[in-house]
Design a protein around this ligand. Structure first.
Ligand code: SUG
Length: 451
């Protein structure tokens, strides 16, 4: 039996894929819409992400890598009626539906906060660490992620004595599930029994509950409830809360754009939740101690500035030196209100001791900040030993992955490049090599993806 203080929270970041591009695919995600016509740089994007991973590893955190999905999804394009050889499939899709081609090319799996909901073994009925890949049903380009995501997670956490993998929830709007972006775990020590905090945007079955009017609510109460049941969480250790529909309409498409939690701290905007006082009280009751809520008032940082800077899409980390760090994107330093607020926050010693700032512009331009890029997994020492060691960041993996990116990634991709069959073969070649670097086994079904 492992001691509760020996458990760690590991961050598994999505490695940006070789087809990273901007296509305006996410209604309700303002950055995605605003950068729709920009050229992307897959090489820069992957390197920005790798730098963040390496920096966290250097600080003594357990940091892992999640492989990107194989894109384009030629199998899906064929399923949708495009025929012939691969080049012909790409050409027909580009002619008849550029949006569909872009959707099947999206490197959106990089935002691994949406990969799955994860419940640590200490919280589950059978003492195993549970994973449910998110169905991401609200956006077509994301709804096609979960089968491959599930295979990759199994390639990383394969030991059935320790790890339990579930199928994604049914592919219906009733069960819209966005994974860890709408789920946070609070606890005392990571190895103590924690509280599962599930935040939904609307109820699919109860039409009387409030809903956003302008943009979609991606997570339903019904999905969140099913996840808590499937993972076998104790009822008194689960709290459900509804996102404020007005903030969804202001561009907060996931809860992790307006709130972040770690251990017994929640850093959030005052307008994040409906019935916020009940939410805070319920969390404290389930936690069996007062939750430290660091609530940012609209007068200090408006919801608009929070969405523009991604202040709350930060990582709240317990560093091995005992300090708590907030990992923010560079955009927070560039916004004067947010930068001022952050200085006050650190000086006020409310539970966040230092700031770490990263340039993640390539991901930010598609609406993905530091917190979107990582999936948190609390691991006991035994689970750390049992998992695939080749996905854990260290100096050697950092240098191998940088060389791999240099060898295979393009400097730039625009919409017209998506029809180029060479981009597909370059991506397939790169990912084939990656499965060997990360010892993942055959997680990509290239035949089905048509490469
Ligand atoms: O689902 N963007 C992603 C961003 C996900 C951010 N994740 C979290 N908040 N956890 C999304 O909206 C844009 C793709 C494009 O437009 O090319 C996109 O999918």
């Amino acid at each position: 039996m492992n001691n509760s203080t020996q458990h760690v929270e590991a961050n598994f970041d999505g490695l940006v894929g070789p087809t990273h591009n901007y296509a305006g695919l996410s209604d309700g995600n303002l950055a995605s819409k605003n950068n729709q016509t920009k050229a992307s740089s897959p090489k820069l994007a992957a390197k920005e992400g790798l730098k963040k991973m390496k920096a966290l590893h250097d600080l003594g955190m357990v940091q892992g890598v999640i492989a990107p999905l194989a894109r384009p999804d030629i199998g899906m394009l064929r399923q949708l009626g495009f025929t012939g050889d691969t080049a012909s499939v790409l050409k027909q899709a580009a002619k008849h539906s550029p949006a569909l081609l872009a959707a099947c090319y999206s490197a959106s799996s990089m935002w691994t906060a949406n990969a799955a909901t994860v419940s640590p073994s200490r919280d589950t009925h059978d003492g195993k660490l549970h994973f449910t890949p998110a169905n991401l049903i609200n956006k077509f380009h994301r709804s096609i992620e979960h089968p491959q995501t599930g295979r990759i997670l199994k390639g990383m956490f394969s030991d059935a004595n320790h790890f339990a993998h579930h199928n994604a929830l049914p592919a219906s709007n009733y069960f819209g599930d966005e994974g860890a972006a709408n789920h946070t775990r609070f606890c005392n020590e990571y190895g103590d029994h924690g509280v599962g905090f599930f935040v939904f945007g609307e109820s699919a079955f109860n039409g009387a509950m409030p809903k956003p009017k302008r943009f979609p609510a991606r997570q339903t109460l019904e999905a969140s409830s099913a996840l808590a049941r499937i993972h076998g969480l104790a009822e008194d250790k689960v709290v459900f809360a509804q996102q404020n529909p007005d903030v969804i309409d202001a561009g907060v498409f996931h809860n992790d754009v307006i709130a972040v939690g770690n251990r017994d701290v929640m850093f959030c905007h005052e307008h994040a939740f409906l019935n916020k006082n009940d939410v805070y009280n319920n969390l404290s009751t389930a936690l069996e101690k007062p939750l430290n809520v660091i609530e940012v008032p609209e007068s200090a940082v408006s919801v608009t500035d929070a969405v523009g800077s991604y202040l709350f899409n930060s990582q709240l980390l317990s560093l091995p030196n005992g300090k708590t760090a907030l990992v923010v994107p560079r955009e927070c330093e560039e916004n004067p209100q947010v930068a001022d607020y952050l200085q006050t926050l650190i000086a006020s010693k409310q539970g966040i001791d230092e700031l770490l700032c990263f340039d993640l512009k390539q991901s930010m331009q598609n609406g993905g900040g530091p917190a979107c890029l990582r999936l948190r997994v609390v691991l006991s020492p035994d689970e750390q030993t049992a998992m695939n060691q080749s996905v854990i960041m260290n100096d050697s993996l950092f240098s191998t992955l940088n060389q791999w990116v240099d060898a295979h990634y393009r400097d730039s991709i625009s919409a017209q490049d998506l029809v180029d069959p060479a981009l597909l073969s370059e991506s397939q070649f790169a990912l084939d090599e990656l499965t060997q670097i990360l010892k993942l086994g055959s997680v990509y079904d290239f035949q089905k993806t048509g490469a």
